[in-house]
Design a protein around this ligand. Structure first.
Ligand code: ASP
Length: 440
């Protein structure tokens, strides 16, 4: 058995957090491959090392001195080393980096050093080998990861060893360092788990898993215990802030479960994300996995007598929207009407051109636009084929005065999505949570 464990910035913020990581890793001999982020914030007003490194890079770009910031960064690592009782001295490497910076170093290379030094310290602290991501995370010139080459390189480099790998960066074919987008250590962890065919990818953060609803809207939402990769996609599509696609795809592709856990509460099982779930084993009695949503939509409704029997009319509509580069998120049609839900940000500057063109092409009876629409989605694999779910959902919204402007359900019945006025958005999420999760 092999577990690949990625620890985020808050888990690496200082020596006390390093100690928690050590006890988590030591508790399970299967945790032999550890991926770390750069130290994050220790307290609310603190700075993330990566932000400081980007700040250094900006100073250098404009020829402004940044020795103070550089020393602040060096100080953070020296504090961790000292407080962890490590004899490892990173100062020579910091001196060399400072020298190199004077000669000109790319922004990516500077930013990558946050993870690099973090991994150096963590490896010394855990008694594992340091394994540089530049040795195996291989980018192509177009910026994508060459998975086959990367996996092969990691399999060779990590074979039979316990290693700590810095997240967030890799190497271009010409040898230059390249970083992923922000938060990219999650991707490194997923690539490592996939390369090594791990039994599980454990992603340690400072929350006990993915929450069933946004905590800024619902008070103390429960964490999701089990969720499928499909449900997760639905939730993130409608606005839930979860891992980004690049951090999920490599493990999903290999059917490796992803477990999101809390470094500050290691006894909590967190959220387990899997390809499929045996629901007999899932004891929770609520059939909604999560509720999410987002604001910022408009609904364009085109009415024309016998519209549904007119050949090619949808194609004509889509051609107009495509021409103006407006993506249709949802499409609903009736006998005489078709409604298109589009992003308000995408359509707003072109709305009158789009409407004018639709008018000329289709000669409809009317076109109406409803603005300031939000979508709210209840997602749950256990909802499928369950009688009365949508009835209960609409009744609940109706009882609480939420006016439903649109309804759609995916063909796999994994979700029910409703469009509501933006002013009803928070209320809709709260009442659905209270009725489907709390009162269950
Ligand atoms: N340290 C990087 C960032 O702050 C990458 C990561 O933590 O995943 O974005």
């Amino acid at each position: 058995m092999l577990k690949v464990d990625k620890f985020g910035g808050s888990s690496c913020a200082d020596a006390a957090q390093f100690a928690k990581v050590k006890s988590i890793v030591a508790a399970d001999p299967e945790r032999r491959v550890v991926v770390v982020s750069a130290p994050g914030k220790r307290f609310q007003t603190d700075h993330k090392i990566t932000d400081l490194l980007y700040l250094c890079a900006a100073h250098i770009k404009y020829g402004v001195g940044c020795e103070d910031i550089f020393d602040m960064i060096r100080g953070r690592y020296n504090d961790i080393a000292r407080n962890c009782g490590l004899s490892l001295d990173l100062n020579p490497e910091f001196d060399a980096l400072w020298e190199k910076i004077q000669g000109g170093v790319s922004k990516d290379e500077i930013a990558s050093r946050g993870e690099y030094f973090s991994a150096k310290l963590m490896a010394a602290y855990l008694g594992f080998d340091f394994l540089d991501a530049a040795l195996w995370v291989k980018f192509r010139f177009d910026g994508s990861v060459d998975q086959d080459a990367s996996y092969e390189a990691l399999r060779q480099a990590a074979s039979g060893r316990a290693v700590v790998i810095p997240g967030f960066y890799g190497v271009m074919p010409d040898g230059h360092i390249k970083t992923f987008t922000r938060g990219g250590s999650d991707i490194t962890g997923a690539l490592a788990a996939a390369a090594l065919d791990a039994d599980v990818y454990e992603n340690w953060t400072d929350v006990s898993g993915i929450l069933m609803a946004d905590p800024r809207i619902v008070k103390d939402p429960a964490p999701i215990s089990h969720v499928t990769y499909n449900e997760l996609r639905e939730l993130s599509y409608v606005g839930a802030q979860v891992l980004h696609e690049g951090a999920v795809y490599p493990v999903r592709e290999k059917h490796i479960p992803l477990n999101i856990r809390n470094t500050n509460d290691p006894a909590h099982p967190g959220t387990l994300i899997m390809e499929s779930i045996d629901d007999a084993a899932d004891k929770s009695d609520t059939f909604i996995t999560g509720i999410a949503g987002k604001k910022g939509f408009s609904i364009i409704t085109i009415a024309k007598t016998s519209l549904s029997s007119e050949h090619g009319i949808l194609l004509q509509i889509m051609e107009v929207l495509e021409k103006h580069r407006v993506n249709v998120e949802f499409i609903l049609s009736g006998i005489d009407t078709v409604s298109l839900m589009v992003s308000a940000a995408e359509v707003s500057s072109r709305l009158y051109e789009v409407l004018g063109e639709l008018q000329r092409k289709l000669k409809p009876n009317s076109i109406t636009v409803a603005e300031h629409i939000a979508i709210v989605a209840a997602v749950g694999r256990k909802m499928a084929y369950r009688l009365g779910t949508s009835g209960k959902l609409f009744a609940t919204l109706g009882e609480h005065g939420v006016n439903v402007r649109m309804i759609t359900q995916g063909p796999d019945e994994l979700n029910i999505i409703v469009g509501v006025e933006e002013t009803d958005f928070e209320n809709a999420i709260r009442v659905l949570y209270n009725s489907f999760v709390k009162e269950n």
